[in-house]
Design a protein around this ligand. Structure first.
Ligand SMILES: *Cc1c(COP(=O)(O)O)cnc(C)c1O
Length: 371
């Protein structure tokens, strides 16, 4: 069986270094808010190209804190609108609704699977305060036009960079440093993954960074002084040290993913299957390798029979989820055919920093023999 992703192998790639670093923390007697967090935050900010990085408990919290900080700073208020792609992981939408803001779902392009820049302007109202782009599947979603729209209408540009650590936009800037703030997830399966949960916010805005840091630490502005009603949402020292080790290898790990993707692009030829438009490698770190198939469920079963594990990202789009069935912004007339098409036809095939060329060749062979 070729697994979708073996986390055991991923950790195994850098096991000795990770063990060594973890041992150092275990023996230090200091487990939260210490030197390891500071080091990782500095290293990750430098890597992304942002002035500030604030570690927090997970990627969902990172995004929640960005919007909450904008509310606390008076930039946004309850009921304001955030434009966001309709085809994203639920966490992007949760971070908006959790703050009493209203998601305005915009369709992606079927060719790129990323938000359609041509549909953003029409979605803007007097209540719009931000555009939240998602670099879904590890692909850069930023375009100059999106930047221009945000400047023209004075909207904050928030990036969900949970799947795209190390990716760059066409201009060469790293995703996560392009907008006003970015949320990052270090969930184990992500390109930069911890051995548990972790997340971070990057930004060049000192006020925003300070508010996020305060919110993620009970809302505490000084010891036993509470400025906001925050929560305990911190990155611990063990995860910080693991992430700092893995950050050094991230570009090599991403390069392996890009090599695998090149094999898929060159090798997959099946009239039932469409691949997303290929971007230059610098603009795609291939967190996932999504394909579209007219007989997706049959293909998935066929690959399983032939020893290839696949996943669907994502089978039910946010606007079809039970949790949002009664949401005021989720009107029954909300028609999102492209998003629904992707949910019904997308299949993610194995990709990662450890998959072997022989296995990739076998997957290609099986995909091509499907009819
Ligand atoms: C993983 C993910 C998140 C949430 O990150 P967690 O660390 O799992 O909370 C947010 N957005 C996207 C697009 C993700 O893939």
């Amino acid at each position: 069986m070729i697994p979708f992703l073996s986390l055991k192998e991923v950790t195994g790639l850098h096991a000795a270094e990770i063990q060594e670093a973890v041992k150092r923390v275990v023996e230090s007697g200091w487990y939260l808010q210490g030197a390891e967090n500071e080091r990782f935050e500095a290293d990750y900010a430098a890597f992304i190209g942002s002035k500030y990085c604030v570690g927090c408990a997970n990627g969902l919290d990172a995004l929640i804190w960005i919007f909450r900080a904008y509310i606390e700073l008076g930039v946004m208020k309850l009921g304001d609108e955030v434009i966001v792609p309709a085809n994203t992981y639920i966490a992007t939408i949760l971070s908006i609704t959790e703050n009493g803001l209203k998601p305005v779902l915009v369709e992606p392009k079927l060719e790129t699977l990323e938000i359609d820049q041509e549909l953003i302007e029409a979605a803007i109202t007097s209540k719009t305060r931000a555009v939240c782009i998602v670099h879904l599947y590890g692909r850069n979603a930023y375009t100059d036009k999106i930047g221009e729209i945000c400047r023209k209408y004075r909207l904050k540009l928030v990036e969900d960079n949970a799947q795209a650590h190390g990716c760059t936009c066409a201009g060469g800037r790293r995703t996560g440093s392009i907008g006003d703030a970015a949320g990052h997830s270090f969930y184990p399966g992500k390109n930069l993954g911890a051995l548990g949960d972790g997340g971070a916010v990057t930004t060049n805005d000192p006020e925003l960074a300070k508010a996020v840091r305060t919110l993620a630490n009970y809302g505490s502005s000084a010891k036993y002084v509470f400025k906001y009603t925050g929560r305990n949402s911190r990155l611990d020292e063990i995860q910080a040290v693991v992430l700092d080790v893995k950050l050094k290898h991230l570009e090599a790990d991403n390069a392996h993913r890009q090599k695998v993707a090149a094999m898929y692009y060159e090798g997959i030829h099946n009239p039932l299957i469409t691949l997303p438009e290929r971007l230059p490698d610098a603009q795609n770190v291939y967190h996932l390798f999504p394909i579209l198939c007219t007989k997706r469920d049959e293909l998935r079963a066929y690959l399983k029979e032939n020893g290839v594990e696949t996943l669907i990202h994502y089978p039910i789009p946010p606007h079809k989820q039970e949790c949002y069935a009664a949401a005021e912004w989720n009107r029954p007339k909300l028609k999102l055919p492209v998003t629904e098409y992707i949910a019904d036809h997308e299949l993610s095939i194995p990709i990662g920093p450890t998959i072997k060329a022989d296995d990739v060749g076998l997957i290609i062979e099986k995909i091509n023999s499907f009819h």
